[in-house]
Every structure is written in structure tokens, then in C-alpha cells.
Design a protein around this ligand. Structure first.
Ligand code: ZN
Length: 337
């Protein structure tokens, strides 16, 4: 496996709390010998498991970035046993721009794994994560939100193998997060799969969990609090933090699944999106989900989009203007897990 060209300023195997940047050398007109400074915090105290805590995989998802800033400031090596790697602005150029994708190469980090050591900036970041960080970790938590175009019921989530010991371990950590709602992706929607960080980590037999923490390009306080508690609970479950740091959820986690394309509602024609349900509503197959209006042809009646199955509305599109192929909603359905 070729070596990543990115250069971390911090050690991964020394005790203590180490802060600095992963340098991605990027020679451009304005800065011939310059580097892109991707922040990283490594906290280590002796032998033990390693947690990778990541956010900013998409640059316009902010709750995770705030949660990991606060954690990086609050935790010291003496608090832990083992190692925590905090990588809070993984796609740094996208994070600085407040965009899902990188303004440098248009790269969506979470569709570029395992990456390429000689590829574009975003491909090089993906390769650093998959070749340097992933081999070190036992459990990863990748904190996402809905971003600029979607809003979520704040949830923990995971992609799980169908059965076996790895599935049991993943479920243990999803439940440890203690979110009111958690969902499992049990079938491919074609949206990310093995090109995502969690897909890569699960394929390597390790535990990857994630979140969707609100969205709309803003910080939702209730989702932020949920994430902060969930991260500590996962670290306590791993034995990195003492059990006394653990906090139960207000309610038992409601476990849902997303089983495939039937769980999604897409825009049938370009127009203006009028939602007919709200986040958290329970809906039935065939129920109208949205009307698409055509203000450019105001005498034309709107077109209806319907739910294809029963479920709980987990995710909703934010912007009013929409194109054919945009996701308007997706559902989750209750499972025993
Ligand atoms: Zn995301």
C-alpha cells in the first residue's frame, strides 16, 4: 500500500494530549510551498483501545464540529485509558467554505473512500484517513447532520452486516450512544455504500457508527447535546472513559431501519416543494408527501408526490426550490434489534 503524502504534526503513539495539523501540501499560485492545515487532536494514556471521532466529513454539518471542539478542550490524557483521535474538520476546505463538498476539487469526501494518495485534494484526505487512521481504530464515530439541503430527526445510525459478531458489536455501540432514535441501513440505496467511511470500516471488520444531528446548515442545540452525551457514552462503553461518565438517554432508543428505495420520496418534476407532513410524523403508504408547484405556469395544478410505504418521517428536504431527483423525505420503519 503506498504511503499517504499527508504529514501529521502530532504523534499517535506518545502519551499526552497532542494538538496540531495534518499537512496536506498544496502548491498553488498564492502559496508555492503551502499546506492545507487539517486540525487533529490525539489524546493517549497507555495501552488500550482507539476511538476515531470525526466530523466535518461534510463541511456544512456543524453539530459534530462543535461537539468535538468542546470535547478536545475538555478531555485530558489523565481522564482516559487508551487513545482518542479527534479529526473534527475532515474535509477542511469544505468546512472552511461551509459547503458539503470541497471548493478546491468539488470532492464529496464521503463518496471517495478509500481515496488515492496521488489524487485530488479530497481523494488525498480520504486516502490519509483510510490508510493511516482506520488501521489504528477499534471504533469510529462519524458525526453527520443533514447539511444545507436536509433536516433530520436527530439520530444515531449504523450500516450493519446482516448477522454475526460484528453486527452485535455495532448494535452495542449504537445503543450505547443513547439517542432517542437510531436507524440501521439494511439495504443499498445507491447513495454511498462502500465509498463512505463507515462502509470502508465495516468492510474491514471494525465498528463504525454515525449520526444525523439535525441539519439545515445550522446548529440544533438539542441535537448537539445528544451528540455530546452519545460520544462520551461510546467512549465509556469502550473503556476509554470511566463508566461514571456515562449518561442514560431520556427514553429507550427506538430502533428503525431504512431498507431501500421505497423508504425515500423524490421530486417528480422541477418546481417549488410544499411539504404535507413534518419530521417525526407517522405516515402510511400512498399518503401524499408533498405538492410540487409551478409558479412559472401558475394556472398549472401542482403534482403530488406520495409515500411508498408506512413509516416514521426521519428526514425532510429544506430548500423550497427543487429539481427532479432531489430527495424530499425518507422514512424509517420499526425493527426489533
Ligand atoms: Zn454528512
Amino acid at each position: 500500500m503506498p504511503e499517504s503524502r499527508l504529514r501529521p504534526e502530532v504523534p499517535f503513539d506518545k502519551d499526552g494530549k497532542h494538538t496540531g495539523y495534518v499537512r496536506l501540501y498544496h502548491s498553488v499560485h498564492e502559496s508555492a510551498y503551502g499546506f492545507i492545515p487539517i486540525p487533529i487532536v490525539v489524546i493517549r494514556n497507555g495501552e488500550g483501545p482507539t476511538a476515531l471521532l470525526m466530523s466535518g466529513n461534510h463541511g456544512d454539518e456543524y453539530e459534530g464540529q462543535v461537539a468535538l471542539c468542546r470535547l478536545a478542550q475538555q478531555l485530558d490524557a489523565k481522564d482516559i485509558k487508551g487513545r482518542i483521535i479527534i479529526f473534527p474538520m475532515a474535509n477542511f476546505p469544505a468546512g472552511m467554505a461551509g459547503r458539503r463538498t470541497s471548493p478546491i476539487d468539488g470532492g464529496n469526501l464521503n463518496r471517495l473512500f478509500p481515496g488515492d494518495p496521488d489524487g485530488t485534494v479530497t481523494q488525498q484526505i480520504a486516502y490519509f484517513i483510510s490508510s493511516v487512521l482506520v488501521p489504528m481504530l477499534d471504533v469510529s464515530v462519524d458525526l453527520h447532520s443533514g447539511g444545507s439541503s436536509l433536516m433530520y430527526v436527530p439520530s444515531a445510525l449504523a450500516r450493519t452486516p446482516d448477522e454475526g459478531e460484528q453486527r452485535d458489536r455495532v448494535l452495542k455501540y449504537v445503543k450505547a450512544f443513547a439517542a432517542p432514535v437510531a436507524y440501521l441501513s439494511t439495504a443499498s440505496q445507491g447513495t454511498g455504500d462502500d465509498r463512505t467511511l463507515s462502509g470502508l470500516i465495516v468492510a474491514r471488520g471494525k465498528v463504525a457508527i454515525g449520526t444525523e444531528l439535525g441539519g439545515s446548515g445550522t446548529v440544533t442545540p438539542v441535537a448537539l447535546r445528544m451528540a455530546e452525551r452519545g460520544i462520551r457514552n461510546v467512549l465509556a462503553e469502550m473503556g476509554i472513559l470511566p463508566a461514571s461518565w456515562r449518561r442514560p438517554g431520556e427514553v429507550p432508543t427506538r430502533m428503525l431501519e431504512i431498507g431501500g428505495n421505497e423508504w425515500f420520496v423524490y421530486t417528480p418534476e422541477p418546481g417549488v416543494f410544499e411539504p404535507l407532513v413534518e419530521l417525526g410524523d407517522t405516515v402510511k403508504a400512498g399518503q401524499p408527501a408533498a405538492l410540487i408547484h409551478f409558479p412559472e405556469t401558475p394556472w398549472r395544478p401542482p403534482v403530488e408526490a406520495k409515500f411508498l410505504r408506512d413509516g416514521l418521517v426521519l428526514c425532510k428536504r429544506v430548500p423550497g426550490r427543487t429539481q427532479r431527483g432531489d430527495c424530499l423525505f425518507h422514512l424509517g420503519t420499526d425493527i426489533d434489534a
